[in-house]
Design a protein around this ligand. Structure first.
Ligand SMILES: Cc1ncc(C[n+]2csc(CCOP(=O)(O)OP(=O)(O)O)c2C)c(N)n1
Length: 368
């Protein structure tokens, strides 16, 4: 036990900062720098992960174009966060429950949401929020941090039902300053509920930089006060994100309680496509600097070196993805125009008397 003078606040402070150094397996060039941390993944699984990441980058590019053409509504860019998003979702099981934020559409689709429905959600169509029974997920949360509280509750539900599953939820660096964030990890910790709580630290909460967000040296160390493990991982390194998520899942499913994971990553481009301009608040050159750490380049180098990836393979994935997106947008276009009565019907399993009355009023109007 360290001895220190309790009135020397500096020493008190440093004693809480133990080891939150970043976990990394592949460096920026794709070189294996920590082989001892290598996750148990087959060649096929690694190729699938790379395929998912390329898919996500193309989805990002096409979503941006479709938004600018007025064919999509809300869109929060995901480029730069592929390792953080796709490697974490790959490490969980289909029956685990996903509680995403608004930037987590790629994970939602990989967890089973039809892409056409994700597009309808972007357009604000009620059909985008009505999920297939088999999909263990809630629609993306817009209220910053709120999903953390919901995740704690869902995790407790899983525990009470003796399910060997986890809840996975994501917020951002900005979200880690919200009250809900602390309540969520504290509650889950208190009940040893099986949750994996991600903070995707992409450096910015709209125009607020990470350096202003908190004086905490890392966001992972926020786990200390909740009495749960906190891990910081290189969020541009798919193998590191996968390895850490797998471990966290094993830990939570074994009944040890939740884990907090900070993925250090970057969002290329604006916060959303609703008018944000990062050149007004980001230092010049920062986007280029982070582009050198790109998760896709890093994994491409690693897999190509192993003879598992090639330009032809990547081009085939790109073509396939573009076709998939084309078909999904077509399907979304075929969805009948939404009605106010549909919204009202989706509010409660059993509508209240007042809502029932409103449904009837709107249905009468809509049938004219
Ligand atoms: C409770 C609440 N406050 C404010 C907002 C407005 N808002 C939307 S996104 C955002 C920044 C979030 O940043 P961060 O958590 O770092 O996530 P990122 O968007 O960078 O992924 C804010 C303040 C909101 N949606 N909800």
């Amino acid at each position: 036990m360290a001895t220190y003078n309790k009135l020397e606040l500096d020493s008190l402070f440093s004693a809480t900062n133990t080891d939150f150094s970043m976990v990394q397996i592949l460096d920026e060039t794709g070189k294996l720098v920590h082989p001892e941390l290598m996750p148990d993944m087959t060649d096929e699984e690694m190729v699938e992960l790379m395929t998912d990441m390329v898919w996500s980058r193309i989805l990002h590019e096409r979503s941006t174009a479709l938004n600018r053409q007025g064919r999509l509504g809300f869109y929060a860019p995901t480029a730069g966060q592929e390792a953080s998003q796709l490697a974490s979702i790959k490490a969980i099981e289909k029956d685990d429950v996903l509680l995403p934020g608004y930037r987590d559409v790629p994970q939602l689709v990989k967890h089973g949401l039809p892409l056409s429905q994700a597009f309808l959600w972007s357009r604000g169509h009620v059909a985008g929020n009505i999920y297939p029974e088999s999909l263990q997920a809630l629609p993306p949360q817009i209220i910053i941090g709120a999903q953390y509280v919901q995740a704690a509750g869902v995790a407790l539900g899983l525990k009470k039902r003796d399910k060997k599953n986890v809840v996975v939820t994501y917020t951002g660096d900005g979200g880690s300053s919200q009250g809900d964030f602390y309540e969520g990890i504290n509650f889950a910790g208190s009940f040893k509920a099986p949750g994996i709580f991600f903070i995707q630290n992409n450096g910015w909460a709209i125009s607020t930089p990470r350096s202003v967000q908190t004086q905490a040296v890392t966001l992972a160390q926020k786990a200390v006060a909740a009495g749960i493990p906190g891990i910081q991982v290189d969020g541009m390194d798919p193998l590191a994100v996968y390895a850490v998520t797998k471990k966290a899942r094993e830990y939570a499913v074994a009944g040890n309680g939740p884990v907090l994971i900070e993925t250090v990553c970057f969002r290329y481009g604006p916060h959303t496509l609703s008018g944000d301009d990062p050149t007004r608040y980001q230092p010049e050159g920062i986007q280029d600097e982070w582009a050198k750490k790109d998760p896709i380049i890093r994994f491409r180098n690693f897999l190509t070196e192993k003879g598992l990836w090639s330009q032809e393979k990547e081009e085939a994935v790109i073509e396939r993805t573009k076709e998939e997106i084309k078909a999904a947008i077509k399907e979304a276009d075929q969805q009948p125009k939404q009605k106010v009565s549909d919204f009202l019907k989706s509010m409660f399993e059993e509508p209240t008397y007042i809502i029932e009355e409103q449904i009837q009023q709107f249905e009468a109007k809509e049938s004219k």
